[in-house]
Design a protein around this ligand. Structure first.
Ligand code: NAI
Length: 481
């Protein structure tokens, strides 16, 4: 089997060479096609940070094993890592956080082992990067949560649990506040969970999760979250097991998957052979398991754990009374220990009956994932529009009333989500960006006639149509409404 490999920038080449050396010593039956991707290729004028040939190789092989990469700062370039994950629809970001021997943490000292897998939605949410400066004082960011996008990542989490023997999957969210976006993610989770009755499923508010991960981490096995919440919680988990140096990451899609370390290019130690290759090695082991090479992955993981138990460590962690190894010495120690099993933790099972990965055929065109749920009986019930003004609620209402058509009722004006008209509090502090709600059955054309009229008095940076799907309101109420 052949995979694409990009060594990356900074410490990337040092740790990638160390990991591939371990793979070769363990007779991993992989061939590598090295591709041109990273900072140098940005500088040569490739706006995505990779050459067209590199893109073609990844798309034809379906697997990319990559070292960390630097995005040049302040030149308007988008992160090569985020671009790669999004372009190739790697919708599930799987990160594994486990206690490792020799890596001291408050939990290892208390004898509490940690083994948590975070599955983070990798494409949408705030990472759509859809942001606008609506007024000189107010910026907004649109957070897109879709039913198909949520279903992909939730289904991945349950399939992974079924295949790998996890007994519990938890959905973390903020559906108590964001009832429509996080509500959709949670609703999708609950629907998909019904198809996996043998797996315990539950949900938790994300701030409660943050507290419980720190207080009782051993209660969690698999946690699935939306993009930004997953990003934050996975770094919290990295902290629980000793830092980003021990956190592997897999970006899984239906066609292409990317395996990489969680940490960056560590420019402060690049070229000095001081880097710890563990995170990239653990990411490589996730890749071997994904490809079906579970026997080789188990052998290497057992050798890594045994090596750590012996006190072998790089300069960034471990027992200070034992001299640190450099990157190559650390990798050589693992190679020497291939065949050994860890004594103080459960050795990895070396089952060999797993099917090998088969690359799906290249899709002929982009995929539309529309569902039919709530697709019928859509009705317009009004419009919310935003206006820029330094006037206060009652003055705005008086001006707006002059523009309303028949069957159109001004029902609410809010500022930063808090209602300021028809009722409100004098203690509410306002900014120059209001939301106005006009309700009534109206056509899309009538909405534009209304907005056109209002635009004579106010600047309207954006608007949202109020829609009802069957019985369900497709819009939230203002605080205080
Ligand atoms: P960083 O993770 O590169 O470094 C933070 C600190 O951790 C540094 O002190 C570094 O020496 C240390 N460190 C990181 N990895 C290590 C390892 N394997 N062994 C020993 N020590 C290690 O984060 P930073 O400095 O914020 O970012 C540096 C560059 O990396 C930036 O250009 C950033 O954009 C890029 N980056 C790339 C990522 C990727 O390719 N997936 C992810 C994160 C950052």
């Amino acid at each position: 089997m052949k995979i694409a490999v990009a060594k990356g920038d900074g410490i990337g080449p040092e740790i990638m060479d160390a990991v591939l050396g371990i793979f070769n010593a363990a007779s991993v039956p992989l061939q590598y096609e090295f591709i041109e991707m990273g900072k140098t290729y940005f500088e040569q004028g490739h706006s995505t940070g990779m050459t067209p040939q590199a893109k073609e190789v990844v798309e034809s092989l379906g697997i990319l094993f990559k070292g960390p990469m630097e995005t040049p700062k302040g030149k308007g370039m988008k992160s090569i890592n985020v671009t790669a994950r999004k372009t190739w629809s790697t919708y599930a970001n799987r990160r594994h956080f486990q206690s490792l021997p020799g890596v001291d943490t408050v939990f290892s000292k208390a004898g509490i082992p940690i083994d948590i897998t975070i599955v983070r939605e990798n494409i949408e949410g705030t990472y759509g990067g859809i942001e606008h400066l609506n007024t000189n004082d107010v910026a907004i960011c649109r957070r897109i949560i879709s039913r198909p996008g949520s279903e992909q990542v939730v289904r991945f989490a349950f399939e992974m649990a079924r295949k790998e023997g996890f007994t519990k999957v938890t959905c973390a969210h903020k559906a108590n506040i964001m009832k429509l976006t996080d509500g959709l993610f949670l609703e999708t989770f609950q629907e998909v969970a019904k198809e996996y009755p043998e797996i315990n499923s539950n949900d938790i508010i994300v701030d409660d999760l943050a507290m419980k991960l720190v207080a009782r981490p051993h209660e969690f096995q698999v946690v699935v979250l939306t993009n930004l919440q997953g990003d934050i919680m996975s770094d919290l988990c990295a902290g629980l097991v000793g830092g980003l140096g021990f956190a592997p990451s897999a970006n899984i899609g239906d066609n292409i998957s990317i395996f990489e370390a969680v940490h960056g290019t560590a420019p402060d130690i690049a070229g000095k052979l001081l880097a710890n290759p563990t995170s990239l090695l653990l990411s490589g082991l996730m890749m071997l398991r994904h490809l079906g090479y579970v026997k080789q992955a188990a052998e290497i993981e057992n050798a890594l754990r045994y090596t750590l138990e012996q006190g072998t460590h790089t300069a960034d962690f471990g027992d200070r009374t034992i001299a640190p190894s450099n990157t190559n010495e650390f990798a050589d120690a693992i190679i020497k220990n291939l065949g050994q099993k860890p004594e103080f933790s459960k050795p990895r099972d070396a089952k060999n009956d797993v099917k090998l990965f088969v690359k799906p055929a290249k899709p002929a065109k982009q995929k539309m994932m529309e569902t039919t749920k709530d697709a019928t009986a859509k009705k317009i019930a009004g419009v919310d529009f935003f206006i820029e003004t330094a006037l206060l609620g009652p003055e705005i209402a008086d001006k707006l009333k002059l523009h309303l058509g028949t069957n159109q009722e001004l029902t609410m004006i809010s500022n930063r989500g808090t209602m300021v008209w028809p009722t409100g509090s004098v203690f509410t502090e306002c900014v120059n960006h209001y939301r106005v709600r006009v309700e009534g059955e109206m056509s899309q054309q009538e909405i534009y006639i209304l907005l056109s009229s209002v635009s004579k008095d106010f600047y309207i940076p954006s608007h949202e149509v109020l829609r009802v799907y069957g019985e369900k309101k497709g819009y939230s109420l203002a605080q205080g409404q």
